[in-house]
Design a protein around this ligand. Structure first.
Ligand SMILES: [Zn+2]
Length: 238
């Protein structure tokens, strides 16, 4: 699949690699700061061999998608047939932390991948289990014993997992005219109303809201309620 908020820049390997069903998301550091150079390195290969990742995320949060998520990318040995790999711009020794823009993009991308491929937003238990991980997390993914993605980013990894797992922000509640109606029903069923001088107006209001005054009188007779026991919205003046 192609990510709607990434820049689609397919490597030629898209046409030659086998198809996969992704169940893991695996983070890397590219040991290079320029994501276009990283892409070119993947395209050119080295010594006739190619390695590649699905995504490359720049320091400024820019996301390049280099491979379709359902096509195999060779970035992490045993994880190649199950993992969506995400390279991230870093310094040459991968010792710097992810920038806040990178973390934001990793969280957004991780959420999207988790949703479209039904990948659980939890850390992988082992190298074959579904979930999230980083390159050096399992030896089977990291036969070269690279430090990737580096200590600083391994330390940030739990916060990225947390951001991916976080539920979407609830939308602010809108004022709704039917809320009054709903509340009056609650008033009626809990048998509370007012019986002082504003009684008439209150009954009229209830009638306007679809509660009959006969019910109100009945409640008065059976419950002998005090004015102080009123709940619900104040009667409105026409
Ligand atoms: Zn790596």
């Amino acid at each position: 699949m192609r990510c709607p908020f990434a820049t689609w820049k397919p490597l030629s390997q898209n046409a030659t690699q086998s198809r996969i069903i992704p169940t893991q998301i695996i983070f890397h550091s590219a040991t290079a700061s320029n994501i276009d150079s990283v892409w070119q390195y993947m395209e050119d290969g080295s010594g006739g061999a190619h390695t590649e990742s699905h995504f490359i995320v720049g320091y400024d949060g820019t996301i390049i998608q280099a491979m379709d998520t359902q096509v195999r990318a060779d970035a992490q040995f045993a994880g190649n047939t199950s993992g969506v790999s995400i390279e991230t711009a870093s310094n040459a020794s991968a010792s710097d932390p992810w920038t806040s823009q990178q973390i934001e993009s990793l969280a957004k991308l991780g959420k999207w991948l988790s949703e479209v491929h039904h990948i659980p937003a939890t850390v992988c238990h082992d190298f074959v289990s579904p979930g999230l991980g980083y390159h050096r997390l399992f030896t089977e993914w990291n036969l070269n014993a690279h430090s990737c993605p580096g200590n600083a980013r391994v330390a940030q990894f739990p916060s990225v997992v947390h951001a991916i797992a976080a539920p979407p922000q609830p939308k602010p509640k809108e004022e709704h005219p039917e809320d009054d109606m709903f509340y009056v029903r609650a008033v009626n069923t809990t048998a509370v109303y007012r019986s002082n001088g504003q009684y008439k107006q209150w009954v009229t209001s209830l009638a306007e809201w679809g509660v009959s005054s006969a019910n109100v009188v009945l409640l008065d007779a059976t419950h002998s309620l005090l004015a102080a026991e009123l709940i619900g919205p104040a009667p409105t003046t026409p």
